[in-house]
Write a protein that binds this ligand. Sequence first.
Ligand code: F6P
Length: 527
Amino acid sequence: MSLEYKNFDTLSSYRDLAAAGKQPRSLETMLDAKRVERYEVKTDLGTEYLAYNYAAKKVDENVLELLQSLADEAQLAEKYRTLTQGEVMNTGENRKVLHHLSRGEVSGPVTEDGKDLGAFYRNQQQRIATFTQKVHDGTITTPEGTRFDTVVQIGIGGSDLGPRALYLALEGYATPKMKARFISNVDPDDAAVVLQNINPQSSLFILVSKSGTTQETLTNEALVLGVLEKAGIQQPRKQMICVTSETSPLAKNSEYLDSFFIDDYIGGRFSSTSAVGGAVLSLAYGPEVFRDLLDGAHSADLAALDPSLQNNPAMLDALIGVFERNFMNLPSTAILPYSQALSRFPAHLQQADMESNGKQVNRFGKPVSYVTGPVIFGEPGTNGQHSFYQLLHQGTDIIPLQFIGFLKNQTGMDTTFEGSTSQQKLNANLVAQIAAFALGKDDDNANKHFPGERPSSLLYADKLTPRVLGALLAHFENKIMFQGFLWNLNSFDQEGVQLGKVLTKAVLGAGEIHPALQALAEKLGAR
Ligand SMILES: O=P(O)(O)OC[C@H]1O[C@](O)(CO)[C@@H](O)[C@@H]1O
């Protein structure tokens, strides 16, 4: 089948959906126990599962049928299959998009000039696993023979957010073999606080930069090296490994204890399952835990191939999101995990989604005449309830909500207080919120009135394990990809981050700059 890349508003289902979006059925009339049972898709992860429940979304059978037509017309499943076969999908940078291949083959091997590209990722995983084992068993130590007990990742954006979110997500699941810390911001206090709280003599640093040119990361490397030298460490780079692409300037530096590689076919925000996340997660939890995470992601990747929305939670989530964004005109989406372990997951999804689909031109560089990616934000519940939920319940904007929850907590530690456990309280809050947002509450006092009709979905599993975490990550990555296909965008470049970088260089340089920039730079002592 030949693929067609058309602007979303030229598709024939667009008009029908626009009509349906103007008058979506009310949740008050639709939401019942039957719907809670029926409006759910489960991804099978072997002995585990990840469920997507959309009972509290404002879609009925009619809208679901229209969304299926839209998915078929936009050739979502075919485009995804083609992407996993190695087609150039990052049109702006003329690159393949292969992050799925870092967890397994979705549509068979991907080759280039006779080379098996999957073998490259497997080889890096194997090298990381071997290196990790040697660090853990004390074969690899500092030059002075001290065993490493801490790992510190230095990187920013995709080289920080995903790996950090995943590390934190597993801290309660398994006792780390090495504790991990992260330095990302060029604000020197970020590095200072981390360095003050570790023993530099027994710390292994991971410098992560795909490009090898990111100002913040190189500056932080210099800062760390300086601190290590001051602490009397003679060869600081022998306590540092590097994760970068083979063509980056860092790859040529043989002073590092070791180097591991990614390639240009995996974008920074999709690199958590490559060596970018693999090094820190394997060192912290062991390569087998990282493998489980990859397997969970691979299962979700396979489920995403199904053209039927009823069997494809990522595609369904993408379509419902587009229904809300384009046809109900809702501008943002909140990610609300009822799991403290996922405290940084919303921040990771913020980059993954907003850097991918925050675009105003289509994949051919032509302006689009419809809205694209929503604003993404979020915090774990129940903390968020005591903070920004006021606006979510009674504010003038309706914000679609993506709840995430688990039947059991990770650590097994809990208490019974006033007749219920903490985990029961957590999940009681979660279901109460779904109902309160959907159904609202009438009150004669307008100040106490809850309008309801605020749609939400729920991703849930038995427990947040490495496999479930991998599937959760892949669910969102695939949702973002499908939405990019729908909006006819190239979701895999990020030109919007460049201008700020260029102006920063100009401020720091000696040349003439815009007078307003000069005045501001002087005020802040940046020049
Ligand atoms: O891994 P690198 O090349 O240092 O890039 C870090 C981040 O910077 C960005 O390019 C944005 O500035 C992200 O896309 C990327 O994740």
